[in-house]
Ligand binder design. Structure first.
Ligand SMILES: Cc1ncc(C[n+]2csc(CCOP(=O)(O)OP(=O)(O)O)c2C)c(N)n1
Ligand SMILES: [Mg+2]
Length: 367
C-alpha cells in the first residue's frame, strides 16, 4: 500500500486590532458605541485598582492568598462583555476582572478571600460558577452546562476561562473533544500568560500555538492579542454568535502576560527575567486602551482622574462593607455547614460536642 497525504486544514489566524502603541486597524474595528468602549475602560480600571487593593489587604494580613489579574484585564473584559445575563461563565482562579464585570460586588470577593464561605455565594440570577482552583476542572463542567443548554434547546452560551497550563490537563482534552462531538454552545477562552507558576509556555507543549489544539478536535480556533480588548471582543463575539446559532464550540487563545506574582505566596523573580517583564509592561492593556480612547476624543485626562477618584471611593466603601459583614461571620461551627445537605450522624455528634466545647470555653472566659 502506498503512503499518501491526507489533506488537513491547518492554519491559525492571529487577530490584533489595537497595537501596543494604541494605533488602531480601522478595518477590523468591531461595532462598539462610545458608551460600550467607556464601559470596557471602567471594567479594566476597576479590576486593576481592586487587584492592587487586594494585594495591600493581603500584605496587611486582612485576607489570605489570591491570584492577581494584573495584565490580563483586556483578555477577561473583552471576552465576558459578549455575554448576556442568561449566559454562563465558569472562571478558573484569576478571573477578578470577569467576575466583577458579571456583577459580583468587590466586598464579596474580599470576604471570600478572607476565608469566609459566604463571600463565595454567587448573587441570585447571576449564572456564574465559583472559582475553580483544581486546574482545568471547570472545563468539563462548562461542557456539561452547555450540553444541558443544547438538550433543552435554549439559546444560551457558556464561556469558560483557563490558562496555558490547563491545556496540559486531561480535562482540557476531554472537554474539547466532547464539546466538539456534541456541538455544544461553549466558548473556551485560554489566557496564555506564558507561565504556569514557574513552568514556561515552551515546557508546557511542543505545539507552536495553543489555538491549534482546536484543529485536532475539529472546531474553530483563533489566536488573539489578549492585551487588546478590541481583538478579544471581536474574536469572542464571533465565537459567541456561532455558539448561540448552533454552530458549536470555539477555542480562543489570548496572548497575554501575568505582570506580577502567580499568587501572593509566589516570588516570580526566582524563575523569570526582569527584562521579560519590562517588555510586557510596554504591552500593558490598560494604558494602550486609554491612549486610543483619548485620541478618539472619548476620554480626557480629567475623565481619567475623575474615574480614578470614583473607583477609589467605591473600593473604600466596599472594604467598609466587607469589614462590617465579616464581623458577623466567623463562627467555627460553620465548618460543619455547606458540605452535606443533611449531616451524617457521626458529624452531627461531632458538631454537638464541639458546640458544647465552645460554650464551656466562653463560660470559662467570662468566669
Ligand atoms: C490539578 C491541579 N494541579 C496543580 C495545581 C497547582 N497549580 C495551581 S495554579 C497552577 C498553574 C496554572 O497555570 P495556568 O493554567 O497557566 O494558569 P495561570 O496561573 O497562569 O493563570 C498549578 C500547577 C492545581 N491547582 N490543580
Ligand atoms: Mg498561565
Amino acid at each position: 500500500m502506498p503512503r499518501k497525504e491526507i489533506e488537513l486544514e491547518h492554519s491559525i489566524e492571529h487577530l490584533s486590532i489595537l497595537d501596543e502603541n494604541g494605533s488602531l486597524d480601522q478595518d477590523l474595528m468591531p461595532e462598539l458605541s462610545k458608551k460600550q468602549l467607556l464601559r470596557f475602560h471602567r471594567g479594566m480600571l476597576l479590576a486593576r485598582r481592586f487587584d492592587e487593593r487586594l494585594l495591600l489587604l493581603q500584605r496587611q494580613g486582612h485576607i489570605g492568598t489570591f491570584a492577581p489579574v494584573k495584565g490580563q484585564e483586556a483578555a477577561q473584559i473583552g471576552a465576558v462583555a459578549n455575554l448576556k445575563a442568561e449566559d454562563w461563565m465558569l472562571p478558573a482562579f484569576r478571573e477578578i476582572a470577569a467576575i466583577l464585570w458579571r456583577g459580583t460586588p468587590p466586598s464579596a470577593l474580599i470576604i471570600f478571600n478572607a476565608g469566609y464561605n459566604e463571600g463565595g455565594k454567587i448573587p441570585e440570577q447571576q449564572r456564574d460558577f465559583p472559582n475553580a482552583v483544581p486546574v482545568a476542572s471547570q472545563l468539563p463542567h462548562a461542557v456539561g452546562v452547555a450540553y444541558g443548554i443544547k438538550y433543552r434547546k435554549k439559546q444560551e452560551v457558556v464561556l469558560t476561562f483557563f490558562g496555558d497550563g490547563a491545556t496540559s490537563e486531561g480535562d482540557f482534552h476531554e472537554a474539547l473533544n466532547f464539546a466538539a462531538v456534541f456541538g455544544v454552545p461553549a466558548v473556551f477562552v485560554c489566557q496564555n500568560n506564558h507561565w504556569a507558576i514557574s513552568v514556561p509556555r515552551e515546557k508546557q507543549t511542543k505545539s507552536k500555538t495553543l489555538a491549534q489544539k482546536a484543529l485536532a478536535y475539529g472546531i474553530p480556533g483563533i489566536q488573539v492579542d489578549g492585551n487588546d480588548v478590541l481583538a478579544v471582543y471581536a474574536a469572542t463575539q464571533e465565537a459567541v454568535d456561532r455558539a448561540r446559532s448552533g454552530g458549536g464550540p470555539t477555542l480562543i487563545e489570548c496572548i497575554t502576560y501575568r505582570l506580577t506574582m502567580h499568587t501572593t505566596v509566589d516570588d516570580p523573580t526566582k524563575y523569570r527575567q526582569e527584562e521579560e517583564v519590562k517588555i510586557w509592561e510596554k504591552r500593558d492593556p490598560l494604558p494602550r486602551f486609554q491612549k486610543f480612547l483619548q485620541e478618539a476624543g472619548h476620554l480626557s485626562e480629567k475623565d481619567i482622574d475623575d474615574l480614578e477618584k470614583e473607583i477609589k471611593e467605591q473600593l473604600d466603601a466596599e472594604w467598609s462593607e466587607a469589614q462590617q459583614q465579616m464581623e458577623k461571620l466567623g463562627n467555627p461551627l460553620d465548618m460543619f455547614e455547606y458540605i452535606y445537605a443533611q449531616l451524617p450522624p457521626y458529624l452531627q455528634e461531632q458538631k454537638e460536642f464541639f458546640s458544647q466545647f465552645i460554650e464551656a470555653q466562653e463560660e470559662a472566659d467570662h468566669a
